[in-house]
Write a protein that binds this ligand. Structure first.
Ligand code: DQA
Length: 156
């Protein structure tokens, strides 16, 4: 019998552990824990599960992306500043064969010039940015709907 893997991986890059304290005019007042809580509520309601992780370390994020190959049916990623710089994360994302949603709290196209380039966007199924905590809520909802429609099937 075939079943859909229902785990979604949410990865957060550098400095996102400082949300709530960090540049509130761009990132709002919610902490990463607050965001994780709301994401989990949405996931629970829909019968999915989520792994929600943060690292300030590029290599660790690369390893988590690699591990998603066998464990997850979708990846939501806010790579923070690595969005604009990391070829290692770009290469890791190219290996995996699951839908990717790129998320940002702020509208990266309405800020400094260097933020307008994302190495992740061309690999993403979709991009959500500019809505603060709501960006993550929209992303998880979009991912659930996407998996329900096109979910990766495995043999049970
Ligand atoms: C960010 C935008 C990035 O440019 C920045 O480096 C971050 C956060 C966002 O969520 O708006 O760390 O990814």
């Amino acid at each position: 019998m075939e079943k859909v893997i229902k785990q979604i991986l949410v990865l957060n890059g550098p400095n996102l552990n400082m949300l709530g304290l960090r540049e509130q005019e761009h990132y709002g007042t919610a902490s990463l824990d607050d965001i994780e809580k709301s994401v989990k509520e949405i996931v629970d309601k829909n019968g999915f599960s989520v792994e929600f992780k943060q690292s300030n370390n590029e290599g660790e994020i690369v390893s988590w992306i690699q591990q998603s190959i066998n464990n997850s049916s979708g990846l939501i990623i806010n790579a923070g500043a690595y969005t604009h710089t990391s070829i290692a994360i770009f290469d890791a994302l190219k290996i995996i064969d699951i839908p990717i949603i790129e998320v940002h709290l702020s509208n990266i196209y309405a800020r400094e010039h260097f933020r307008k380039t994302s190495l992740i966007s061309e690999l993403a199924t979709g991009i959500i940015c500019g809505f603060g905590k709501l960006s993550y809520e929209l992303a998880i909802q979009a991912m659930i709907t996407n998996i329900q429609k096109t979910g990766k099937k495995i043999n049970e």
